[in-house]
Structures are given as C-alpha cells and as structure tokens.
Ligand binder design. Structure first.
Ligand code: ADP
Ligand code: MG
Length: 711
C-alpha cells in the first residue's frame, strides 16, 4: 500500500486532474485562487443547508422564520412605475407551494430557472391570502443529496457555482480515499485535544452528516492552520536561541545612573518592571527579541530610550526606526529632550567625555548633512540615530550597532529586520531588538503575529491623568463648539481633527484648511486657531506645534498627523469630525492626545451623515471604554483579522478558517503544542511529516524558507 498523501503532494496536483475541469474551468478556478487539489480542499463551505430542519411548504404558517426546499415552477419579472424591479417566483414541493418576491434583484430571474431545486431562508408572510417570502436568502442545492448540504462561496464573475465546487471537492475526496491524507500528529495528541484525524476532518467539513460533525471538523482544521503558523514561529525562535549571539552589556555606567537620576518624573511600576526585563536581556549575549506594548500614553518612549542608552553608555550605538518621517521627527524631539546633558566617555577629547550625539536619518536629510550622519554612524561618532526606512538603505553601516528599537513593527517585515542586523556590526553579532507597538494587540493576535518575541507590557498609566469622557454627538454639534469655547475661556486648549480623506495628503490638507477657515469665521470666531497637516514643511509644522505648546494658539485644527507623539497637557478637548470614518485604534490614538494633565478632558466624536452599523459599534465602543487592550479585542471582533495583518505580514492568508477573535483557545493550544513538538535545536526531527509540511508551507508563500526559519 502506498503512503498517505501529504499536503505537499495535494498541492502539487493541479485541479485540471478532476473531471470537468478543462482549460476554461481551470482559469475560472484560478481567479478564485484555487489551483491545486489542496486549494480546493481548503476552499471551505461558507455555510450549510441542514435539511433535517427543513419545513414542508404545506406546513408553514405566516410569521414563521423557516428554511424550505422546493423546485422552481415559474419566474416572472417586471418593473414598478418607479422603476423598481420585481421578480416573482413560484416554488413547490410535494406538499404545497409558496410565492417568492425579490425587490431590486433583477438578476434573480437569470439565477432561478424552472425546475431548479433551491433552499430558502426567510420569514413567511401572508399577502392577499397567499403565503409569500420577501427577499429570502437563496442557496442553490442542485442535485446534491444528503441531509446536510455544503454551500460554497460562489463567484458569479468566475462563473463558478456552489455545486461545481461541491462536486469537485467530493471527487477529490473520493480519489484521496485510497491513500488517505497524511496525519502528521501522533494519535495520543489528537486524543488529548479530542480532535478528528485529518482525513476525517476534510471529509466531514465538505460532506457532513450532522452539524456537530462540522464543528468537530472545523476544530481540527483550525488547529492545523494555527499550528503551522506557530511551528514556524517556534522553530525560528529556537533556532535563534541556539545560534545567534550578541554583545552582553554592562548596565551600571555613570551615564545610565545620571539618566535615571534626572528623569523629570517618577517611573511607574510598569515602567520599572519593563526596564528591568529589558536590562536583563541586554546583559546577556543572547540577543534580545522583545515586544514592548502599552497603551497610548503609557510611557514607552522612556523605556526605549533607556534601552538605547545602555548601548551608548557601553560604547556602542543605538538606532530607533519609525514608520514615517513625522514619527521619526517626533521621536527625535522627545529623545533629544530626555537625553539633554548626558555625556558619553570619549578618550579622544580633552575632558575624556562628550555629549551624547543623536541624529536623524530620513529621506528629508540630504546632501552634506546626510553624508555627515552616515559617516558618523560608520565611525561611531554618532551614538544614537532615529530614522525611517532610510536607515536600512544601501550605504548605511554602523560602527557597532547593538540595540535596535523598531516602532510599529507591523509595518516592517522580517527581511528588513535582518538587513539592519547585517549592517549592525562588522563581526556579525546580532543587535538586541525591541519592538514597540503603539496599538495594543489582543493577546491571541500577538501570539500569532509576534509569536517569536518575548513580551513586555506597560499596563499602567502614569499618575495624575484624569480619565477622558467620550461622547458621540450625531446631531447637535453646536453644543460641542460651546464646550470648546468654554474650555478656552478657562485657559484650556483643544484639538479638532478633520475628516479623514482616503490616502491623499493633498485632499487631507485641503480638508483641514477648509475646516479651519469655516471654524474661524463661524463657530470659533475670535478664537486663535492654528493649522497642522502633513503638507506643511517640517519647519512650519514644528513652529505651529511650538506655538500651540506655548499656549499662543487655543485650537489646533489638524489631520491625523497629530495621531502620535503630540503631547500638550493643557489641551483638554478633542473634537474628531466625521469620526465614523476612523477605525477604533485610530480613534483611540487620537483621543490619547488629551487627558495628559490634571484637568478633566473630553473627547467628542462628531458625525453628520447617517452612520453604518459597524461605525456605530465602533463609536459606542469608544464611548464605553478607554482601555486600549479592551478596545483592541473589540476591534478584532468587529473587523476580524484585517486589522492585525497587513500585506507584508505573513499569516493573513494562512488563516482561511481560523479566526483570531473566535478561536482564541485554539491559538493557545496551537502555541503550546508547537512548544512541545519543536526540540531545542529548532527542529521537528521526531515528526518528519510535520517538518516537511512546515517547509512546504513556507515555500508556498514564496518566501525564502531558510531565512524565515532563521530570521
Ligand atoms: P507612549 O509612547 O507610550 O504613548 P510616551 O512615552 O509618549 O507614551 O509618554 C506619554 C507622556 O507621559 C509623555 O509626556 C511622557 O513624558 C509622560 N510620562 C512618561 N512616563 C511618565 C511617568 N512615569 N510619570 C509621568 N509622566 C510620564
Ligand atoms: Mg509614543
């Protein structure tokens, strides 16, 4: 007997091996990303028609929500006087008949043909004495039999119906029967987790005998997806632990002591704990690989600077990489301020020491200045650099880069991380890495996206902050401006964030200008209003911020450039216009610009148009909570994985069935399982077929497999 089919083998089998898949069908399938038998088997049903719960047409009564199955008898379509389309269908089974009415779905007349068997979900009404369903949910059942019928995501455009897909997956499963599909997990583990074997799971998800079988199959296949991701992360981690080495730092130099002694505030317990965790990492040759997460305003900057200074104090260099120029500049300002007066020893100088040298490197820095910075990084005269992607450009090398802080890591890929590493030191020692995220990430998502990182969390805000009151205002915006004026009369300041315009700096800037003009002439006349947007020159931006900070402006009208880093404790009111256009995380970040002082702060979420149900849920969430972690969980529930992954981040497409919001327990189980399966050297030696599966999985993503496992 031949060995069971591996996923690699299933993925190497083209769908055109199946009956009825010729050139044309192959192309259609390709459009929905089904090329191999593996793709087909993991093209999971969207829902199921459970015929055991089917009502007979002769038995339904008005007011009932039911599922019925019947044959199409006749189809008529017409238009009303005001051009609305109406399609009327008559449906029958062996017990009776039912009238269906579809408004504004003209295409139904093409979809529903005489003799077709369809399943319908909906509410039964009585119309002129006849039973009727209006705009029901329709599933084409075709000639498929069985108690439970799988309904696949269809693609009208590609011309594929749910029963085409159903037929092919049935055939594929039948042809796999003889060899079976490989089971890479030992049976005792399956038993422990009460999971079906893989062959049964694939069969049951496509051809279930009961809905409880679907649930069981789903668990197994969800675990499969999550486990593959966790295995990659685990292998990478173990590999790094075994092979990578970095520089062990001293952490008790006068520079650090002086820095900590002269802080403008007392560290929170969370900051102290986190700094201690970072310090413990930096003391060893094992390169740090840590995620620092904390809510907006929790004080991450100081933790980052502390880590960077450990390198500097020890005669090495630190780099902070930010995703945008604005952010890099803002980080530069706050780090330079905090590091003021710090000296690093330098025996080439008369006094044996010199001020810590901090530079910016972004695409804005050009010409001679750029050359100077690059040279300084190469010869070690620059100690700390804050930059953007410019830091990993060709030609930038460091004398001895030993601590790297990456802000908002999710916008950088693994590769970019490794470029920085390679340029870091001539001897190939790895820099210590601290990844900061401004957006709290739900635990399970962190495990999936950042699974190979250790995590430190700032779960405490500095003292003296008053909680922000948040109100969604959808009709009477005048009360908002009254409130703003009254705060100003008491010496406070306010921000007004303008409607977000998709992806266009130019339009964003225009909208901000218009808003500013309207407000200064109208609701806020007599008030000193400033303007801040991404199209202003760096100097202008800086000047405006300074004027606002000094209190010479009352109101700052801004685009989302103020999202991060702006810090004026006298500002107590945040007005966000067209708040329904922003996501939860962004609203939370924006709101975090106020509530930084002892005065009561308020955030107004203003909407003018009718908002969607989703937007309403987001705005309500913001009203109800100021806890970034709770909001992140809510966001995940509302929006799904899209908020967590971006294109560069592997993982999103790997999860077809699993949902980080719904399958939390399985994320944890997968993680635990990965930890027991991968050995200390980062291999799966005892589980050959699983090891092969992981390799195949990485190769399939077109990534450099070796690098990913090592990175
Ligand atoms: P994050 O980057 O986490 O949003 P920041 O590092 O920008 O937060 O800090 C937010 C504000 O809180 C800054 O003005 C900072 O100076 C201040 N801050 C940080 N830590 C403390 C503390 N322990 N006590 C008082 N203020 C603090
Ligand atoms: Mg910050």
């Amino acid at each position: 007997m031949t060995a069971p089919l591996s996923l690699r083998e299933l993925d190497a089998l083209s769908v055109d091996r199946l009956h009825g898949v010729g050139e044309e069908r192959r192309t259609s399938l390709q459009e929905v990303e089904i090329e191999s038998v593996f793709d087909l088997l993991t093209h999971y049903p969207r829902r199921y028609v459970d015929r055991s719960r089917e009502a007979k047409l002769g038995e339904v009564s008005p007011g009932q929500e039911v599922m019925v199955v019947g044959d199409v008898e006749s189809v008529k379509s017409r238009r009303t006087r005001n051009r609305r389309s109406i399609v009327e269908v008559s449906l029958s089974d062996d017990t009776g008949s039912l009238r269906l009415v579809f408004f504004n779905q003209a295409w139904r007349s093409k979809q529903l043909k005489h003799g077709l068997t369809v399943a319908l979900f909906g509410k039964v009404d009585l119309y002129r004495g006849q039973l009727q369903m209006t705009n029901p949910l329709v599933d084409l059942v075709g000639d498929r039999t069985g108690r439970i019928i799988a309904i696949y995501p269809q693609s009208g455009k590609a011309g594929l119906t749910t029963w085409d897909i159903g037929r092919w997956s049935t055939e594929a499963l039948r042809r796999c029967e003889h060899r079976g599909i490989v089971e890479p997990l030992p049976s005792h583990l399956l038993d422990d987790l009460q999971l079906l074997d893989r062959t049964s799971a694939f069969r049951a998800i496509h051809q279930p005998n009961s809905m409880s079988e679907v649930a069981e199959a789903r668990n197994r296949l969800v675990l499969d997806e999550l486990l593959r991701v966790q295995l990659v992360l685990r292998i990478r981690k173990m590999h790094r632990l075994e092979t990578a080495s970095g520089i062990a730092h001293r952490c008790d130099s006068p520079l650090l002591t002086s820095f900590l002694d002269h802080l403008p505030f007392e560290l929170t317990t969370a900051q102290q704990r986190t700094m201690a965790e970072v310090k413990a990492d930096l003391k060893t040759e094992q390169p740090m690989h840590r995620l620092l997460q904390g809510d907006v305003g929790s004080g991450k900057t100081i933790v980052a600077l502390h880590a960077l200074l450990v390198a500097v104090a020890d005669g090495h260099q630190g780099a902070l990489m930010a995703p945008t120029e604005v952010l890099a500049d803002q980080h530069y300002l706050s780090l330079a301020e905090l590091a003021k007066g710090l000296e690093v020893s330098d025996h080439s100088t008369l006094m044996g020491s010199r001020p810590v040298s901090i530079k910016v490197l972004t695409n804005r820095i050009t010409g001679a200045e750029r050359q100077r910075v690059i040279k300084g990084l190469g010869n070690g005269s620059v100690d700390l650099v804050i930059g953007t992607h410019a830091l990993i450009q060709e030609g930038v090398t460091f004398s001895s880069l030993t601590v790297v802080v990456v802000d908002e890591q999710h916008r950088f890929g693994v590769e970019q991380r490794s470029i920085l590493r390679e340029r870091g030191r001539p001897d190939g020692k790895w820099p210590h890495l601290l990844v900061m995220t401004a957006t709290p990430i739900p635990r399970t998502a962190a495990m999936t996206v950042y699974g190979d990182l250790d995590v430190s969390t700032l779960d405490e805000l500095p003292p003296g902050r008053t909680p922000i009151n948040t109100f969604w205002v959808s009709d009477n915006a005048e009360t908002v401006w009254q409130q703003v004026r009254s705060e100003i009369a008491q010496g406070r300041q306010a921000y007004v964030v303008c409607p977000l315009i998709e992806e266009s700096d130019k339009l964003d800037a225009d909208s901000a200008e218009t808003t500013k003009d309207l407000l200064s002439k109208g609701e806020l006349s007599g008030v000193k209003v400033g303007l801040l947007h991404g199209r202003l020159s760096a100097i202008d931006k800086q000047r405006t911020m300074e004027t606002f900070r000094e209190g010479r402006l009352d109101v700052l009208v801004a685009t989302t450039v103020i999202e991060v880093g702006v810090d004026v404790s006298n500002a107590t009111t945040m007005v966000i216009l067209s708040a329904d256009r922003f996501g939860i995380a962004q609203l939370h970040q924006l709101r975090g610009r106020v509530g930084r002082g002892a005065h009561q702060s308020t955030c107004f979420l203003v909407t003018t148009d009718e908002v969607s149900e989703d937007a309403e849920a987001r705005l309500r969430a913001l009203e109800e909570s100021t806890d970034g972690f709770a909001l992140a969980e809510r966001d995940l529930e509302l929006r799904g994985e899209g908020t967590i992954f971006d294109q560069k981040q592997s993982g999103r497409n790997d999860l077809k069935l699993a949902s980080l919001a719904r399958d939390r327990v399985w994320v944890e189980r997968a993680r635990d399982l990965a930890a027991t399966l991968v050995d200390e050297s980062g291999s799966l030696e005892q589980y050959a077929s699983l090891e092969d599966e992981v390799r195949w999985f990485i190769e399939r993503r077109d990534d450099d497999a070796e690098n990913l496992l090592r990175g």
